[in-house]
Design a protein around this ligand. Structure first.
Ligand SMILES: [Zn+2]
Length: 337
């Protein structure tokens, strides 16, 4: 959809017939893209499949121009809760939440698809979009997942309110603060896991992007999460003969500083005393902003390629605004029954 100019997107299973029959539909001269066509519609039209390398920085301008349309039509963080609740039917349901990980850095990993972050690409907004203040755990409970286990890399200080909202409904005895991933496996080995919902909050790139001596090794952490952590979890479930629905996603992506010798695409936009790099609270108008309003609160998100100031020496990436690096996070789904 990001690629197609002068086109409209139609959800095949819902309103395709309505659009075709509607005399007021202005289809003339426009291309129509049908997502997930159901039944006989599938055979009526040619289908298009995109390779992973379609996702590149040329898409930044389409994303900024068609932002609200995309928020309406694409799979976004606001769809994650219902998706997880409706798809879960195995013995164990696991949701791995990574703090700071771009879809862009996961391209090519099997089963990973893009998920759009509606609104500011910040930690509170991203995680609240996904868990909707603990509603995933509550709705899974109603579906029979009455055991819960929560794991978090975050200490309590500084993240209290947000952590409480992400893990809403988890009793203190169900919560475990961890320093390294293997502690998760050790604790799981002591618990019954039938009808259990496991939520794991992992450190991704968020902290590394702001303050770090030396450039963070993005590939290494991606390999560790997908290649090592998930494999260990899967081995644990397989070893115990448990079926599982495993999901992984992230709060927001990171727009990395380009490697030495590469021309930087950051463009400094001097705008008063902005303390953040990529977004402001409240309505600020102008061609460089996208104004996002929700629940009576508004944020002004900087479009690609603007930042409010130059990056500091130990600052390796930014987030908060709208770009394909920040606004698309990975969504992984594995089911073994
Ligand atoms: Zn974050």
């Amino acid at each position: 959809m990001l690629y197609l100019e002068n086109s409209i997107l139609v959800r095949g299973d819902v309103d395709l017939k309505g659009v075709l029959d509607d005399p007021l539909s202005r289809l003339h001269g426009r291309r129509m893209l049908i997502t997930e066509p159901a039944g006989h519609w599938k055979r009526l039209f040619p289908s298009v499949r995109f390779d992973p390398d379609w996702f590149n920085n040329r898409l930044n301008s389409s994303l900024c121009e068609r932002y609200f349309e995309l928020c309406e039509q694409m799979f976004t963080q606001l769809d994650v809760k219902n998706h997880i609740v409706s798809k879960s039917r195995a013995d164990v349901v696991v949701l791995v939440l990574v703090d700071g990980l771009s879809y862009y850095d996961c391209i090519g990993i099997p089963e990973v698809r893009p998920c759009l972050v509606p609104g500011p690409t910040t930690t509170p907004n991203g995680f609240r979009n996904i868990t909707q203040n603990g509603k995933i755990a509550l709705e899974l409970y109603a579906k029979g997942y009455q055991r819960r286990l929560g794991f978090s890399h975050w200490g309590r200080k500084g993240h209290d309110e947000l952590a409480n909202s992400i893990f809403y409904g988890f009793a203190p005895r169900d919560m475990h603060q961890i320093d390294e991933f293997d502690e998760v496996l050790q604790i799981l080995s002591h618990h019954e896991l039938d009808n259990c919902y496991i939520q794991i909050l992992l450190e991704g790139y968020d902290q590394l992007s702001h303050r770090y001596h030396g450039r963070p090794q993005v590939d290494t952490i991606v390999r560790q999460i997908f290649g090592v952590f998930l494999s260990k979890l899967i081995r644990e479930f397989n070893g115990r003969g448990l079926s599982y629905n495993l999901f992984l996603t992230s709060d927001h992506g990171i727009w990395w500083r380009p490697p030495v010798g590469t021309k930087s695409d950051f463009e400094v936009f001097n705008y008063g005393r902005a303390s953040r790099m990529r977004h402001l609270v409240g309505c600020h108008f102008g061609s460089r902003f996208i104004v996002w309003e929700r629940n009576g609160r508004s944020h002004s998100l900087l479009k690609y390629p603007f930042v409010f100031r130059k990056l500091r020496k130990n600052e390796w990436g930014v987030h908060g605004g709208v770009s394909i690096y920040e606004s698309f996070v990975p969504f992984l789904e594995i089911e073994v029954r």
